[in-house]
Design a protein around this ligand. Structure first.
Ligand code: MEV
Length: 431
């Protein structure tokens, strides 16, 4: 990869963008070809889910300017919302001036849960499981020889008792499983199902549910960035016509974070902004975005009160510092990641070799996306930037095509009236 900075990318034609992206990533043009068609054939789709009647497409844009752990990366993002790709790219450019994103991951440990019911003595059953822990781990470990070959396998077993008035209490066994480069649901679910008969023998109870937990709090991705305060300055001016100094923007972002940290109503929206970026990459790589969403919001509520997944503050030199920490159960093998041609293209374009590397990119994009939203909200508001992009969608919905789309959109923005009825009127006058 030469550089993820491609000035003027926005103004190129679709075909030019594809070829610039391919050459920037040192990839043959064919690598990116699946994106010109959506990638998936109806026949392939028919093997993926049930009752297939066709395909559903989303735009695929490239997040530019990303430098993650010193590596240049072009980030494929599948998303329908305007401003998301532009916002992430712009913030990645600001973060780049401070060295880009530093990201890390924990070991790729997933948790499988077994619920054991119909027990006479919960404590006794719990201790019996711990006595047989080595045997159970050895059995779980032997289930997936491929994962084992790559260094994965069963790592730990933890047991909790839960008192319950409706069903009289039960045990919860957590099987901690290293899934390496897989998302891991299949491996973990299989292991839990396989262990269940032996757990029943040991405890005398009945193993009821056997399923992974999407609160993947042992599989965490973290990203940090420093934005030099002068990069935050921007001169469009507030309603009174004053430019925003870097310090004003920085302090506005920190105050916006304080709101999300303290208030669940704001935290939900704040985290949604993070997920705009996270989900777009998760989707582009064929990963399970519902699993990522579930994990993110459960993690945000882990203290018992729902709060922000990110933090924003300043360093000793007054620069803005952001961090994001969240579960990131993504894989690069198995499932759609290997079946969907567009997902394969995404992995290849990013030059990602492990699931951890992918997780590090995704969490960096989430942080960039969060910064984009907070910067806009803390200054001119979200609508100004949003409107011109939104206006294009309204113009298309009103029937504009080709060059007319930009013209109708521009006029609606100039008039500050972005509505379908106005778009229809403008189109009629133009014809
Ligand atoms: C919109 O998709 C996302 C934002 O609402 C996020 C936020 O408020 O932080 C702009």
């Amino acid at each position: 990869m030469t550089s993820s900075r491609i000035p003027g990318f926005y103004n190129l034609s679709l075909a030019e963008r594809l070829s610039r992206a391919a050459s920037a990533a040192d990839q043959p043009h064919e690598t990116l070809a699946p994106w010109t068609t959506g990638g998936l054939s109806p026949e392939a789709a028919d093997h993926m889910i049930e009752n297939v009647i066709g395909m559903h497409s989303l735009p695929l844009g490239l997040g530019l300017n990303f430098l993650v752990n010193g590596r240049e990366v072009l980030v494929p993002m599948a998303v329908e919302e305007p401003s998301v790709v532009a916002g992430a790219s712009f913030m990645a450019k600001l973060a780049r001036a401070g060295g880009g994103f530093s990201a890390t991951t924990s070991e790729p440990l997933m948790i499988g849960q077994m619920q054991v019911i119909n027990l006479v003595n919960l404590e006794e059953a719990k201790f019996k499981i711990y006595e047989k822990k080595d045997e159970l781990l050895a059995e779980a470990d032997s289930i997936d020889p491929v994962l084992k070959k790559f260094g994965g396998g069963a790592r730990d077993l933890e047991v909790r008792t839960i008192e319950d008035s409706a069903i009289g209490g039960f045990l919860v066994i957590h099987l901690v499983y290293d899934v390496r480069d897989a998302m891991g649901a299949n491996a973990v679910n299989t292991a839990c199902e396989r262990l269940a008969p032996r757990v029943e023998e040991i405890t005398g109870g009945k193993v009821h549910l056997r399923i992974l937990s999407n609160l993947a709090d042992r599989r965490i991705a973290r990203a940090r960035c420093t934005v030099p305060v002068k990069e935050l300055e921007f001169g469009k001016g507030d309603p009174a016509g004053r430019p925003y100094s870097g310090e004003t923007v920085r302090d506005g972002i920190i105050a916006a974070y304080a709101f999300a940290a303290a208030d669940p109503y704001r935290a939900a929206t704040h985290n949604k902004g993070i997920m705009n970026g996270v989900d777009a990459v998760v989707l582009a790589t064929g990963n399970d975005w519902r699993a990522i969403e579930a994990g993110a919001h459960a993690y945000a509520a882990r203290s018992g009160r729902y709060t922000s997944l990110s933090t924003w503050g300043k360093d000793s030199e007054g620069n803005l510092v952001g961090t994001l920490e969240m579960p990131m159960a993504v894989g690069i093998i198995g499932g759609a990641t290997k079946v969907h041609p567009a997902a394969k293209a995404a992995i290849q374009l990013m030059g990602v070799k492990t699931a951890s590397e992918l997780a590090e990119i995704i969490v960096s994009v989430g942080l960039a996306q969060n910064l984009a939203a907070l910067r806009a909200l803390a200054t001119e508001g979200i609508q100004r930037g949003h409107m011109s992009l939104h206006a294009r969608q309204v113009a298309i919905a009103a029937g504009a095509e080709g060059e007319l789309i930009e013209k109708v959109a521009a006029q609606m923005v100039a008039e500050k009236t972005v509505r379908i009825d106005r778009a229809e009127e403008i189109i009629k006058n133009w014809k």
